[in-house]
Write a protein that binds this ligand. Sequence first.
Ligand code: DX5
Ligand code: ZN
Length: 227
Amino acid sequence: MIIAPSLLAGNHAAFGKDAIRASKSGADWLHLDIMDGHFVPNISFGPQVVKAVRPLSKLFFDVHLMCAKPEILLDAFAKAGANEMIIHVELGDQVEPLIWKIKNLGKKVGLAVNPPTHISHAQPFLDKIDLLLVMTVNPGFGGQEFIHECLPKIQQADAWRRERQLPYRISVDGGINDQTAAECARAGADTFVAGTSLFGSRNLKAAVTRMRNAVHAADPALADLKV
Ligand code: DX5
Ligand code: ZN
């Protein structure tokens, strides 16, 4: 399993400190939420912040682009040190060329699906991606309630993965805490992005361990799953 604290819930006056905190917490990845004020009604941070925190952490940087025009940012995030870039399936015709552009940059590719979007929209791309991100809140803000209606999408994504023997990870993002992470693990998720529940706790290391144990208890097979 992968536990990925989301820096959005960190201290925006001290991202470097929180990237170091995440690195020492036993977490597997660092999730970086990029919001452009168009695709979502909020703005977060850009490639310069990613570049600035990159030397402070060896964690895999999972960059989630909630952006209407990711094509103008891919080069900059690749250079800044992203390991994976996630784009949204809601971008329609742009999805396929964006996937190839990210691959050509030598980065892993993720595809995200918002709560109102049917999971079938992701189906044509499943053999081209490294990760499918099932959004479990409407993106734009941290600290929202987990939307339980998204669970069947995880089950469907897992069923497709088994049927077609594809290697993509299934990630969940939004309202993830120990309990909802366990529910998602039972539905088939293996990658858990959590902002508020992890960075909000005083002891990040203990919080990451608790989440890992909750997921492990829900699905013991995930303990051995490697990146
Ligand atoms: C939501 C972002 C999430 C966010 C999750 O728009 O994509 O990654 O950081 O935050 P929590 O865990 O607080 O819901
Ligand atoms: Zn995210």
